[in-house]
Design a protein around this ligand. Structure first.
Ligand code: KG4
Ligand code: ZN
Length: 335
């Protein structure tokens, strides 16, 4: 009888502990995401505290996930975990947990790339994606425009060499004293308001061959603006969000000119931004592209993306990497 794969995914690259159980026939069996809130008072993730909180909670979260619904421990056929990129301490904790479970349950464990996983999760929700396609990966650590030749061949076309888009959202949120200091708080400031006030921020850092996408110019200008102006926070957030989305759309437009590609994927934490989703949808409608979204809850870090990429790797024949406790903090795409 053909074995049905059931994979438990463990995501601990930063400050979220995401666990999910994915079955190749029935899809998501169970999942749980624990967001560490202890960093809020520091205005950003403190790596040492993140590690300690992962240690404190990871087994509890795995147990909660396994006990939910039909996810039985005896049915799990493999474990997949984030091998990188991310914070060293949190990555080590996820890796050791995966290896310990793997050893005791006598099932394979497979380390997967967090960046690839952000993109690949779109295959669960968009069955009609056609390759080659363009993927826009916008997260806390990365901003990349990629070409997917096929599902397991990803080519980097452009990336930021300074701040990532998510980092830019976080820094502006911090400058405005929003809690938590992240993009979701910026979005919440604007939420459902019609704002007409336009602030003209001076932009610097025009794209060069070396720096393809850059947010550092707009970031510096807005932070300076916040120090010297007393406008309402919602007006500043609205104008900032509009400017960064403009930067992304401009780069995408430029890249798409060079390829005969119709399918576009938007992935990573910032892909949860409703305005970015809307603007890309309108752009795609106007220029006849097919835009594939990921449900908002699965754009930010989660266990499902790790479980699903683990499943793909098993199908490809990737083998257990034994008790090798290695983490890769600076991994890039496709490694
Ligand atoms: O992918 P992710 O969860 O973690 C990394 O792999 O980095 O992305 C986190 C980033 C943070 O910078 C956060 O501020 C941003 O995603 N983010 C958002 C929204 N939700 C999360 N940015 C803008 N709008 C949102 N709704
Ligand atoms: Zn991520």
């Amino acid at each position: 009888m053909k074995k049905i794969n059931t994979i438990i995914g463990i995501e601990t690259s930063c400050d979220d502990t995401g666990i999910s159980i994915y079955n190749e026939k029935d899809g998501i069996l169970s999942e749980y995401i624990y967001n560490q809130t202890l960093h809020e008072k520091y205005g950003g993730t403190v790596p040492e505290l993140a590690s300690r909180d992962h240690i404190k909670n990871i087994l509890k979260i795995i147990l909660i996930t396994i006990k939910k619904k039909k996810a039985k421990i005896k049915n799990i056929t493999a474990i997949s975990y984030t091998k990188g990129p991310g914070l060293k301490g949190p990555l080590i904790i996820g890796t050791i947990t995966a290896k310990t479970l793997s050893y005791n349950l006598k099932i394979p464990s497979i380390g997967v790339n967090h960046l690839d996983a952000h993109i690949m999760i779109s295959l669960i929700f968009n069955k009609t994606i056609k390759f080659p396609c363009i993927a826009i990966l916008v997260s806390g650590g990365h901003t990349m425009i990629l070409k997917l030749e096929k599902y397991n061949k990803i080519i980097l076309l452009e990336e930021t060499s300074d701040d990532s888009i998510g980092e830019t959202f976080d820094k502006i949120a911090r400058a405005l004293n929003l809690t938590p200091s992240n993009g979701k708080s910026i979005e919440n400031e604007i939420n459902n308001k019609i704002i007409y006030d336009i602030i003209k921020f001076i932009k610097t850092n025009k794209p060069t061959k070396k720096i393809n996408i850059s947010f550092s110019g707009i970031k510096t200008n807005i932070i300076k603006y916040i120090r010297t102006h007393k406008e309402r926070k919602d007006i500043i957030c609205h104008n900032f969000q509009r400017e960064v989305i403009k930067i992304i759309i401009k780069r995408i437009k430029n890249i798409l000119k060079n390829y005969n590609i119709k399918n576009i994927i938007l992935a990573g934490g910032v892909a949860a931004n409703k305005e970015l989703r809307l603007v890309l949808k309108e752009f795609s409608l106007k220029f006849k592209y097919i835009f594939h979204k990921i449900p908002i809850n699965y754009c930010t870090d989660n266990g499902l993306m790790i479980a699903f990429l683990g499943f793909i790797k098993i199908k490809e024949g990737v083998k257990d990497n034994q008790l090798n406790i290695e983490t890769y903090e600076n991994l890039t795409i496709n490694q």
